[in-house]
Design a protein around this ligand. Structure first.
Ligand code: FES
Length: 362
């Protein structure tokens, strides 16, 4: 033990200046070099063992034993009742069960018995461990991981001997061809980065097949919709009529799907939404701007659209802005109008890309 009280004589400050200007407080985060840090920390050891009632008194131990046995007994009893009920109670019967009401007693009895059986086993085991099993902490010192010098030498000898048998030293052709075989394959991974990762998507991800004059048709009936058929509170799953001519129906449908709703115009808060709609009828992309699930739930009372995948929620009364969830952009609105026969048609395509935001989007 050194003068400063540390076992190895290192400079360790205790908060004062007793150890000179080199002393560094161990709790002052930024420490460089070894000044102030002991080469080895003292083993704090284990706290003293606190004896339990059952360690001190045989009477208390007996009491604990009875409690454990009672819990195990409850578990056994519950299992026996379970087995009897399984064969004797009519599974089709219904009856009034206190606390539950009209229920199937067969299920109730089996459930309660199974629960009690498991609970009894678990509680009994825990109580046993806490009151009667030895609770002194045991320490097993770590053994050195290093192999003995003799084993290490044997491993080196084996490697040299067996390596020599492989004739790698005597067969330069194999040696160099092996080096090439191991060195070249990683190039196959690097090559696509240099040569390109395939054709660029161009504007495929940004455009849908919606265009000016396309009638809005019901999905999947593909029948056109007249404005006066859309009552307040109704919602339609809609596609463009030209989906019938598409050569890539699934791909086009996945991007062009739209939800059509009619709201009371007085509750719409956005002028743009009113202008792009028709008398309270508004059309929004059905593709969630989070990761592209279909936004499938419309809450008629709150006028919220909900995406079931991760619960992004959009407010239809205000440009379908995101009011909850991980989506980052509002749902794009499709401008609509009515043609000479009263059918709803697109006034143009979408003015922005539908679906998830992707990295090249501004
Ligand atoms: S895809 Fe809609 S919330 Fe994630």
């Amino acid at each position: 033990m050194s003068d400063n009280g540390t076992p190895h004589g290192e400079v360790v400050s205790h908060g004062g200046d007793d150890f000179g200007s080199d002393a560094v407080r161990l709790d002052q985060g930024h420490i460089e070099g070894s000044g102030g840090l002991p080469a080895r920390f003292e083993n704090p050891g284990l706290p003293p063992h606190v004896a339990r009632m059952s360690d001190l008194s045989e009477k208390a131990a007996k009491r604990a034993e009875k409690q454990v046995a009672t819990l195990f007994g409850i578990a056994s009893l519950a299992t026996i009742v379970f087995i009897i009920a399984y064969f004797t109670v009519d599974p089709e019967m219904t009856a009034f069960v206190p606390g539950i009401g009209e229920a199937n007693p067969y299920n109730v009895i089996l459930g309660v018995c199974l629960g009690l059986a498991l609970l009894g086993c678990g509680m009994g085991a825990v109580h046993w461990a806490k009151t009667l099993m030895p609770d002194t902490e045991m320490v097993e010192e770590r053994h050195p991981q290093r192999a003995s010098d003799a084993d290490r030498q044997r491993a080196v000898d084996n490697f040299l001997q067996e390596g020599g048998k492989s004739q790698i030293g005597r067969r330069p052709l194999i040696k160099f061809s092996l080096a090439g075989a191991l060195a070249l394959p990683p190039l196959a991974l690097v090559l696509p980065l240099v040569g390109g990762l395939g054709p660029l998507p161009k504007d495929n991800l940004s455009k849908t097949i919606w265009k000016k004059g396309d009638r809005l048709v019901r999905d999947p009936e593909l029948t056109p919709i007249k404005a006066d058929q859309v009552t307040i509170g109704s919602v339609y799953h809609v596609l463009p009529a030209n989906i019938k001519e598409s050569h890539e129906v699934l791909e086009d449908k996945a991007k062009a799907a739209v939800l059509l709703m009619r709201l009371d115009p007085s509750i719409i808060k956005s002028k743009k939404e009113i202008d792009w709609g028709y008398d309270g009828i508004v059309a929004y992309s059905k593709i969630c701007t989070h990761v592209g699930c279909p936004v499938g739930l419309y809450e008629q009372q709150t006028h919220h659209l909900l995406c079931p995948c991760h619960q992004s929620t959009f407010d239809v009364t205000e440009d379908c802005k995101v009011i909850f969830g991980p989506a980052k952009r509002p749902l794009p609105q499709l401008p609509i109008e009515v043609d000479s026969e009263g059918y709803l048609v697109a006034r143009s395509g979408f003015h922005e890309a539908v679906g998830p935001s992707f990295w090249e989007r501004g």
